[in-house]
Design a protein around this ligand. Structure first.
Ligand code: ADP
Ligand code: GLC
Length: 477
């Protein structure tokens, strides 16, 4: 199959969250399975190009959006030949991946249009145009209305993957001319337009041939008012096309046997490296190592979605008893950051908060912590809990979205399960689940089995890419 993908993040070029991990792995997994995949992202100014082997494919792809004209260049990464980067400094030279600037919609429309124009120039006829999140969600409509004349796209089917329904790309209707819809403006959602807005994600939901999201549970949840973020009626209307495909894990990057960011590699047959990593992590964070005291870890964007406020409420009683330590890596909302700064101040020998983004430290926490906390309010898929499973770092999670699909409750009687889940999203729920985990930790034999159960789980991309393959085939037939 010929597969054209468009997204805003991709490892190793630009990453804020899990979308980047997915885009760093899925195109390559599909290419390994024999498909011709071309995945486009912006060449942001913050992409470190020093180690990249970029080949200029086209030096002059002119994108017109209303009265705006952008001259873009298209590069291909010769080390990752599925990756295409769209160069356009006026749009992508902002120092950050996302912005609140007045032309945010044009930054990502340009990306998609450049991908379609580059396909034309390459004579690349996609069987599937796979669009990720709001940034690419207008493309099914754009392709139909502006590229429909080109036989190259005659049989192209479109798939929208929703990684997070709460980021929708809502803009004022004043941007209408930038959409180049000409006589097709009636195809926009008219009620919203009358109210003065245009919602990018909604138009993907309306016009993509297929809609997927990143876990089966989230696929159900987003069709309910509680998790639907206002979009649930539209998703219910297209219910038969909404599917949940769990993300995979790139085990070349995220496994304790191969991890290049940790000092002691380890695996199921020899776990001694894990304790050494724990010592190393604690030392590097300025905390004392105390044998037998479990270390809890958090790696997260600090956004409301992640439910981190529960940690600040639920953990102090355990911290006060001095039988846990906590390391936290993350940045984002200043309110959440200050909660963790406060926790660190209150328990300086037990809590360390590293405010920022650090990929090596994220790996180190997966390897060095005993327990991983993910009390997300909602979680479309979540990758960190799957990474944690592989590192023998037992996850404590809220039963929602992909967390519910990937973590099974530990049962000490038959020794089945991989972690701890709580149902009610409040501090009491997290307090209870953490208590269960701490109790289980004291039974060394049981804990070893619990770690082993998680480490044996296989969420590899090779399997999940096959699921996408089947989905593409269904769309094409
Ligand atoms: P989301 O995409 O909602 O942030 P995921 O669990 O799918 O959640 O993916 C998060 C990814 O981002 C993981 O690879 C995680 O390690 C990484 N990550 C999150 N916060 C940080 C941080 N502060 N430093 C380094 N990596 C981070
Ligand atoms: C989003 C979601 C996260 C998911 C990631 C990759 O950022 O919040 O749950 O794992 O996308 O699909």
């Amino acid at each position: 199959m010929n597969i054209l993908m468009v997204a805003s993040e991709m490892v190793p070029y630009a990453k804020i969250g899990g979308l980047a991990d997915v885009m760093g792995a899925l195109p390559q997994a599909l290419a390994r399975a024999g498909h011709d995949v071309r995945a486009f992202i912006p060449l942001y100014d913050r992409v470190d190009t020093s180690d990249l082997d970029l080949e200029l494919v086209f030096g002059d792809v002119d994108v017109r959006l209303g009265s705006h004209r952008y001259r873009t260049k298209i590069f291909r990464d010769l080390q990752n030949p599925t990756s295409f980067l769209v160069h356009c400094p006026v749009l992508y030279g902002r120092g950050s991946i996302y912005s609140n600037d007045h032309d945010e919609h044009r930054r990502f429309l340009t990306l998609g249009v450049a991908a379609l124009m580059a396909s034309q120039r390459m004579g690349f006829s996609p069987d599937v145009l796979h669009c990720h999140d709001w940034q690419a969600a207008m493309l099914p409509l754009v392709m139909k209305t502006q590229f429909g004349w080109d036989r190259l796209f005659e049989n192209t089917r479109t798939l929208l993957t929703i990684h997070n329904l709460n980021y929708q790309g809502g803009f004022s209707s004043q941007i209408l001319p930038d959409l180049n819809l000409g006589g097709s403006e009636h195809l926009l959602h008219q009620d919203l337009l009358r109210e003065g807005s245009i919602n990018f994600l909604l138009h993907g939901v309306l016009y993509a041939d297929g809609i997927s999201t990143v876990s089966p549970t989230y696929a159900r949840e987003i069709q309910t008012p509680r998790h639907g973020a206002g979009m649930d009626p539209f998703l219910r209307a297209r219910s038969s096309t909404v599917v949940g495909v769990l993300n995979g894990v790139d085990y070349d990057v995220w496994s304790p046997e191969k991890d290049v960011h940790i000092p002691y590699n380890y695996g199921l047959d020899d776990l001694s490296g894990k304790e050494k990593n724990k010592r190393h992590l604690l030392h590097s964070m300025g905390l004392p190592y105390v044998e037998g005291v479990p270390l809890l870890g958090v790696v997260s964007r600090m956004a409301g979605q992640k439910g981190l406020d529960l940690i600040a409420d639920a953990l102090p009683p355990y911290l006060a008893q001095r039988n846990v330590q906590l390391v936290v890596l993350g940045s984002g909302s200043s309110r959440l950051e200050s909660l963790f700064t406060g926790l660190q101040r209150a328990f300086p020998r037990q809590v360390c908060f590293y405010q920022g983004f650090s990929n090596p430290l994220a790996h180190m926490i997966e390897a060095g912590a005993d327990i991983f906390l993910m009390p997300s309010r909602y979680e479309p898929c979540g990758l960190n809990q799957m990474y944690s499973l592989r590192y023998g770092t037992v996850p404590v999670v809220h039963r929602t979205g992909g967390l519910a699909d990937t973590v099974q409750m530990w049962n000490p009687h038959d020794r089945s399960g991989t972690g701890f889940l709580f149902d009610h999203h409040n501090a009491g729920g997290l307090f209870w689940a953490t208590g269960q985990a701490l109790k289980a930790y004291r039974d060394r034999g049981g804990w070893r089995q619990l770690m082993a159960n998680g480490m044996a789980r296989d969420y590899s991309w090779a399997n999940q890419a096959r699921v996408y393959e089947e989905l593409y085939s269904r769309l094409m037939s």
